[in-house]
Design a protein around this ligand. Structure first.
Ligand code: F6P
Length: 358
């Protein structure tokens, strides 16, 4: 049997994807495998298939680059998502086309690098009998069964650096600056980025907020002689009796955004302060991966090849404690990993007088 591995990156990009591609390629080639990268996520599997040979030369000098040299998409024929419009499944005909491509190219293992949606697709391909292993990625860090995904640390670094910059201008003008960050339905980026960047108020989806409490927190700061305030608001944060704010319904997934402006208007109305909003958006997904994400990406890539050698189809690599291990993909997609309002990190944040608006 030909020793050929296929690999693809799917869903939103994030820093560290190229480190995984490099890790998979190097570890696989050392064991006598050839590696082919499919372009544009799963779409590259559809005829006429689009792939490129990955070898030492084509993966040299890419580890420090953000994004993915294979390109990616969070749309297309393979979207599986439990969205507000109900559950989407990959049509059986599409899976058969993917199977035919792998057979024709004599590929005996497929590495899927993706987030919860892509892992759900990977699981469906595995259930259809395809030899799939998963590598979790997302800046949101919301995948169950892994305590960390690469991309998250880079996104947090972006938020922290942005807060460092905004701090000086907010202080100079005695302003409130509201920074809206990504993270979808989990508050990890807001919480870690806010803590690292010295935010005064952090609003996350897991702790519904009350605008009156937010205004009180700003008032308390005034009494203490702090006339500026930095707020971090997760895009999925919700007021206690409000609704999530989103822009439009995408393919199986809502596109969040707009809560920052909403909160800023509420703060201005209640406090009379000069308030500005800064939406970090895709800046959090771009740029070079941090050293942590480069290393985790490399370890994940190497582990994925080990899973292939062991024929552990339907498994995903994960990170728990300090170890890279493996877990059935089914465990990883059964629920989202969200911030626990009672956790130690939330208590620590409260101890340093960060308000969650509750
Ligand atoms: O899941 C990663 C993520 O960056 C979310 O934090 C964000 O809500 C979403 O993707 C944005 O997606 P898009 O790139 O399609 O705008």
């Amino acid at each position: 049997m030909a020793r050929k591995i296929g690999v693809l990156t799917s869903g939103g990009d994030c820093p560290g994807l190229n480190a995984v591609l490099r890790g998979v390629t190097r570890a696989a080639m050392a064991l006598g495998w050839e590696v082919f990268g499919f372009e544009d996520g799963f779409e590259g599997l559809l005829p006429p298939s689009r792939s490129l040979r990955l070898d030492r030369a084509s993966t040299a000098g890419i580890m420090h680059l953000g994004g993915t040299i294979l390109h990616t998409t969070n749309k297309g024929h393979f979207v599986t998502k439990t969205g507000r419009r109900g559950k989407l499944q990959v049509p059986p005909g599409v899976i058969e086309k993917a199977r035919a491509t792998l057979a024709e190219m004599e590929i005996s293992a497929l590495v899927v690098i993706g987030g919860d949606g892509s892992m759900t697709t990977a699981l469906q391909l595995f259930d259809a009998g395809l030899p799939v292993v998963g590598v979790p990625k997302t800046i949101d860090n919301d995948l169950a069964a892994t305590s960390m995904t690469f991309g998250f640390d880079s996104a947090v670094a972006c938020v922290a650096e942005s807060l460092d910059r905004l701090h000086t201008t907010a202080t100079s003008h005695r302003r409130v600056i509201v920074v809206e960050v990504m993270g979808r339905h989990a508050g990890w980026i807001a919480l870690h980025g806010g803590l690292a960047g010295g935010a005064d108020i952090i609003l996350i989806p897991e702790i519904p907020f009350d605008m009156d409490r937010v205004a009180e927190a700003i008032g308390r700061r005034d009494e203490q002689g702090c006339s500026s305030t930095l707020m971090v608001v997760a895009e999925g944060a919700e007021a206690a009796h409000g609704e999530q704010i989103y822009q439009r319904q995408g393919q199986g997934e809502v596109r969040l955004g707009g809560i920052g402006e909403w909160v800023a208007a509420g703060v201005a109305k209640r406090t009379g302060k000069d308030v500005r909003t800064c939406v970090l958006g895709h800046l959090q997904r771009g740029g070079a991966p941090t050293t942590f994400d480069r290393i985790l990406g490399t370890r994940f890539g190497v582990k994925a090849v080990e899973l292939i050698e062991r024929e552990l189809w339907g498994y995903m690599v994960n990170f728990m404690g300090d170890e890279v291990g493996e877990v059935p993909i089914a465990h990883a997609v059964e629920r989202l990993r969200r911030v626990s309002p009672e956790s130690e990190i939330i208590r620590a944040a409260r101890a340093v007088e960060i308000s969650f608006g509750d």
